[in-house]
Design a protein around this ligand. Sequence first.
Ligand code: G6P
Length: 614
Amino acid sequence: MCGIVAYKGYKNCYPILLNGLHRLEYRGYDSAGVACLTKHGKLSITKKSGKVKHLEQLLKNKDIIQDCRGSGIAHTRWATHGKPNQINSHPHKDQSGDIVLVHNGIIENYDPIKKFLQSKKVKFKSETDTEVLVQLIGYFFQNVKLDFQQSVRAALQRVDGAYGIVVLNKKSPDMMIAARKGSPLVLGIKDKEFFVGSDISPIVKHTQNIIYLEDAQMAIIDGNDYKITSIDKDVSLPKKVEKIDYKIDDYDKGKFKFFMHKEIHEQIETINNTIKGRVNKDGILLQGLFKYWPAIKRADKIFITACGTSWHAGLIGKNLIERFAEVPVHVEYASEFRYNKTLVDNNSVVIAISQSGETADTLAAIHKANEAGAITVGICNVPGSSVSRETNCGVFTRCGHEVGVASTKAFTAQITVLYLLALKLGRSRNLLTKNSVKAHLDYKNAIKKVKLVLRKELDIKKIALKYKNASDFLYLGRGLNFPVALEGALKLKEISYIHAEGYPAAEMKHGPIALVDEDMPNVFIVPKDKTYDKIISNIEEIKSRKGKIIIITDSRDKILKNLANDLILIPKTNHYMFVVLATIVLQLFAYYIAVSKKINVDQPRNLAKSVTVE
Ligand code: G6P
């Protein structure tokens, strides 16, 4: 979703900002823009719908890159208010053209403010809520004659909603102002240079000294100095500079055409990394939970909240925790959790799962749980992210940067963490013996099986291509594999734009079966477990209606072979590992269908990697 990068220093800002915009591309966007204060005291704004490379091209043609004074702001926009075109893209300026701003988030009361400004003869150029904010700052600066800082403060005190903003004013060329409420913003400091980012990805290349702006804070950079204040009052607050130990390797697809493909293959290492150092002869170590463990292990109810793929991991977590630790677990979409009457109190444990650590709804759910006095546990992939900072404790999935918009390696790492957590809880509650925990954690063997599945890639591709022209798919699984069905369907939808639905296999009779005809592929996930015979009946029901049957299984039974139009055999393993292996098959299946349709699977249309608005 929208991304911000800004620079204030003595260097030419363009290379820094363009590199930063590339770093932000993974979030998903539909236009990009940059504004720079020139050596001649002007503001130069360049915007373009489409990709950052199109903006770069435009800048080359304009030959303005050499004219930079050292301050600039840049943005990737994911449209919320108004079409994804050049006019609506950021940066936006006020009517005088002196003040320019980039914004992440949504200004909810933009309509009355717009009407007020229109009554003062302010003319609007775009359809965006963002322009309303910069025009309001401009109104205070030009009409009310407040100084730049006071104008930003006065405007922000009048807007509702979420924002992360950076503002420049050519009448105060030594100043850059950043502020946030709801949407995250990070300040990077390096001698006489300052960087602002919507996350650390455009900054870490330049500095590891970071201030995570807290909610309702402003950073005012003036010359070579800076201060942090609240939005309400111009009183300096402590500068909490953190040294982060986080590197983002140069994006490199290696031998792969797409990051998503690379990330599917990386699961051998990412699952291993997520377990490594957390399992020893005495059991499972989750250091990040240490302080809160006595309370966590006594919990009599656990809540899990998340969005998208992470929510599917949550459903698997529920199954594992209830199975091993016998604690009831309630899983709720974060967007519902934040508004529903949820029975969270100071005896509750709330687990929030998020790859990016910046999903707006998940953060709001964490705030609600924190306010209720619950213990909040983050399962997150990005150190320093808002989820990792705003939960009481947590466990990192150690996948490295996930670039592909459709989550793959983060999902299997999330279920790995949930598996460790469920087993640790079961052991702490004396429901599992040391030996049974050990038996579950034969992960070296498990990793070998991931490799075996990846070796089946060409077979999976062949099967995927047979079905690439289908317009609808059903994915069906039971128990732990119902969320796998949901995730398989989501992957296909996200990257191939084919309609797909995941269902518990038996529930299919209550509606979806009406869709089945000879053109409809039905993907069944069939482990040889206690529901095996039942799921065979479900397959028969579809077969007798001429639906196409694709089976993913660890069973060599002839019966399945006879029922299947296509069958993908995965190695025998335990329940948890079956889920991981079946997921990898479904990731590859969706990937090959999407690639055959010539879709950019790393940045599918309309989707964002990090959804920072509600
Ligand atoms: C977006 C992404 C999904 C992701 C979801 C939740 O929709 O496209 O891949 O699962 O957000 O993101 P999170 O970072 O909180 O896991």
